[in-house]
Design a binder for this molecule. Structure first.
Ligand code: NDP
Length: 247
């Protein structure tokens, strides 16, 4: 079923992992894509896959936590496609350390990439959505925002911040037909979780009622659902995709 035909989606962190899966899923649903991250080669690979699906893809490199590159990316996207209908704030990093060993740079960088980027991108993209009186904004948070995790105070704070951001912006934009929701993945097999020690992996697995780690596609399906016209009456919500870890 083609449900996003004629729509344009901007996905941050689209070069690999969850962002890549989201971009491909939205393309399969009929959308054209603006792909953002800092590593051009990875974006080019994803763009090539999208083109084989018969959709258009624009590669837009830059640090999405900074205003100047984001404004340039949005301007480039609007020149190419004239509108952006879906924004997926997915770019994220982790710099884990227990509190007493956490460096200020680790705190600042994580907050900047995970939280500030959502503010900067949403502000830039929502202008056009407001004019069109429609849009979908989806922020990729984490179950860590809800549970906390030893060694991830910076990451948990950034992802919890995203939930507050989601609810506030949802209230601001609701009357203009724009929905804003958050997806909170559990443990998903990507580069971000690849270096988990075997013991930690087993510990996590025991705490997932479904008994296995998720795949990027599991998150992508939820993003597609929240991007569709059918979910026009769903806003300000957090959807866990975590095999039942948090309930
Ligand atoms: P990956 O590390 O595999 O991918 C992260 C993506 O973000 C890359 O494309 C990276 O590209 C991009 N990125 C990082 N920093 C920036 C930046 N400053 N500007 C632009 N792009 C940037 O991570 P995942 O796919 O695992 O994670 C995606 C999102 O999902 C993150 O927000 C993460 O916190 C969240 N998440 C992941 C979970 C998991 O278990 N994997 C669980 C819960 C949430 P580049 O480095 O080239 O810029």
């Amino acid at each position: 079923m083609i449900e996003l035909q004629g729509q344009v989606a901007l996905v941050t962190g689209a070069g690999r992992g969850i962002g890549r899966a989201v971009a491909l899923e939205l393309a399969r649903a009929g959308a054209d894509l603006v792909l953002c991250a800092r590593t051009q080669a990875q974006l080019e690979e994803v763009a090539a896959e999208i083109r084989t699906l018969g959709r258009r893809a624009l590669v837009a490199t830059g640090d999405v936590s900074q205003v100047a590159p984001v404004e340039a990316i949005v301007a480039q996207a609007l020149q190419e496609f004239a509108h952006i209908d879906i924004l997926v704030n997915n770019a994220g990093i982790r710099r884990d350390a227990v509190l007493l060993r956490m460096k200020e740079e680790d705190w600042d960088e994580v907050l900047q990439v995970n939280l500030r980027s959502a503010f900067v991108c949403t502000r830039a993209v929502s202008k056009g959505m407001l004019k069109k009186r429609s849009g979908r904004i989806i922020n990729i948070s984490s179950v860590i925002a809800l549970m906390g995790n030893a060694g991830q105070a910076n990451y948990a704070a950034s992802k919890a911040g995203l939930i507050g951001f989601t609810r506030s912006v949802a209230r601001e934009l609701a009357s203009r037909g724009i929905t804003v929701n958050a997806v909170a993945p559990g443990y998903i097999e990507t580069e971000m979780t690849r270096d988990l020690p075997q013991k930690a992996r087993e510990w996590i697995q025991e705490r997932i009622p479904m008994g296995f780690l998720g795949q990027p596609e599991d998150v992508a399906k939820m993003v597609r659902f929240l991007s569709a016209p059918e979910t026009r009456y769903v806003t300000g919500q957090v959807f866990n995709v975590d095999g039942g870890m948090v309930m």
